[in-house]
Design a protein around this ligand. Structure first.
Ligand SMILES: *[C@@H]1O[C@H](CO)[C@@H](O)[C@H](O)[C@H]1NC(C)=O
Length: 327
C-alpha cells in the first residue's frame, strides 16, 4: 500500500512538473512573442550548442510533426522546416534568418542519423577476398604504409610489419568489418605523415630514455610498442561507439555545417589515432597487457571532452579542411 501510494504520488508529481513546464513555455512565449525554437536560435551560436538544443526541443515536443522532423529524409528538410514555421505561426518574411538556422540544424541532425546508418553498414560488411574492391583497398593500404618494400604475396608474413596478427589481414577485420579497412586506409592516405610516424613508433620498443640495463630489465619480448593495424581496428571500435552513443554529436555538429558524412568520421578516426598514440606514450605502460586499462582511460577522457558543447576534436587538419562552423 505504501509503495502504491508512493508510485501514485510520483505520477502526479510528474504530471505537475510537466504542466508547469508547458505553462512556463506558454507564458514565456506570450511575453517574448517567440517560441522555444526561436529563442534557441537567437540565444545560441550555430554548431553543437544550438543544434543539440533544437534536437531535444523537437524530440520532447508534443507535436507529431516536430518529433518526426528528426527522422525525415534529407530531401524533405526544407519542406519540414516550412511546415514547422507554419505550425508555430512564424512569418518567414519577417524571420528569414530563423528558417535558415532551423534548416542548418535539421540537416545536421538527420545527417548524423544517416552517418550512423552508413557506418553501421560498413561495419557489418565482412572483408571478402573474392571482392576485387576489398583486395584493392588492402593493397593500397600496404603501398601507403610501406612504399619502399613491395609485398611478396597476398598471403605473407610481411603483413605483420604494419601490425596485422598473421599472414592474412582478413582475419583481423572480423571485429569491425570493412569499416576498419576504410579507416586505416584513410589515415594512411590522407594523414600520411602522422600515420607513418605512428607506425614507426609502434614498431619501436618506445623511447630510448632508459639506460642499457633498464632496457634489458624491461624484457623486450613483451614489446612496448603495439600492433599498428590491430590498434587501428580497435580505435575504429572506439570511434564507432562514440558515434553510436551520440557522444560524437558535439564534435560533428561543430565541424560539419551541413551534413556530417563519412569523411568527417574518418577524420575523427585520424584524430583519435594520433591522440591515442600520444596518450599511450604519456601513460608509459609496461607492455601491451595494459592495453585495456589505457584504452578505457582514454575513452573516458574523450567522453569528458565531448561534454563541452564547444568541443571539436580537431587535430592538425587545417580548419578549412574541416569547414569549422564559425558563422
Ligand atoms: C578493442 O579493445 C577492447 C578492450 O581491450 C575490447 O573490449 C574490444 O572488443 C576490442 N575491439 C575490437 C574490434 O577488437
Amino acid at each position: 500500500m505504501k509503495h502504491f501510494l508512493r508510485v501514485v504520488t510520483q505520477f502526479f508529481l510528474f504530471l505537475y512538473c510537466k504542466c508547469l513546464w508547458r505553462g512556463l513555455k506558454f507564458v514565456v512565449r506570450k511575453i517574448t512573442g517567440r517560441c522555444e525554437l526561436q529563442r534557441i536560435c537567437y540565444n545560441n551560436k550555430p554548431g553543437a550548442r544550438r543544434t543539440l538544443k533544437i534536437e531535444s526541443s523537437l524530440r520532447y515536443s508534443k507535436n507529431e510533426l516536430c518529433q518526426s522532423a528528426l527522422s525525415v529524409h534529407p530531401d524533405c528538410v526544407e519542406k519540414t522546416v516550412d511546415n514547422i514555421m507554419t505550425l508555430k505561426k512564424i512569418n518567414p518574411d519577417t524571420n528569414p534568418q530563423l528558417s535558415i538556422s532551423l534548416q542548418a540544424s535539421l540537416f545536421q541532425i538527420v545527417g548524423y542519423r544517416g552517418l550512423v546508418a552508413e557506418v553501421e553498414k560498413l561495419r557489418r560488411e565482412p572483408y571478402d577476398c573474392e571482392n576485387l574492391k576489398h583486395e584493392e583497398m588492402l593493397m593500397k593500404l600496404w603501398k601507403a604504409l610501406r612504399p619502399d618494400s613491395p609485398l611478396t604475396g597476398r598471403i605473407s608474413k610481411q603483413w605483420c610489419e604494419i601490425g596485422f596478427q598473421g599472414n592474412d589481414p582478413k582475419t583481423d577485420f572480423r571485429g569491425m568489418g570493412l569499416l576498419g579497412l576504410h579507416n586505416l586506409l584513410y589515415f594512411a592516405e590522407h594523414d600520411k605523415a602522422t600515420a607513418l610516424q605512428v607506425l614507426q613508433d609502434s614498431l619501436q620498443p618506445k623511447q630510448s630514455k632508459m639506460s642499457k640495463a633498464e632496457w634489458e630489465q624491461k624484457n623486450f619480448d613483451k614489446a612496448i610498442g603495439y600492433s599498428f593495424a590491430i590498434v587501428g581496428i580497435n580505435i575504429t571500435d572506439l570511434a564507432y561507439s562514440l558515434l553510436v552513443s551520440g557522444a560524437l554529436k558535439t564534435h560533428l555538429y561543430n565541424v560539419a555545417p551541413e551534413m556530417p558524412n563519412l569523411i568527417h568520421f574518418q577524420q575523427t578516426f585520424c584524430y583519435l589515432m594520433q591522440e591515442f598514440h600520444r596518450f599511450w606514450i604519456e601513460e608509459d605502460p609496461c607492455d601491451i597487457m595494459e592495453f585495456n586499462r589505457v584504452r578505457s582511460k582514454f575513452h573516458r577522457r574523450v567522453l569528458r571532452q565531448l561534454k563541452n558543447p564547444d568541443m571539436a576534436l580537431c587535430p592538425h587538419f587545417a580548419a578549412s579542411d574541416l569547414h569549422l562552423v564559425n558563422l
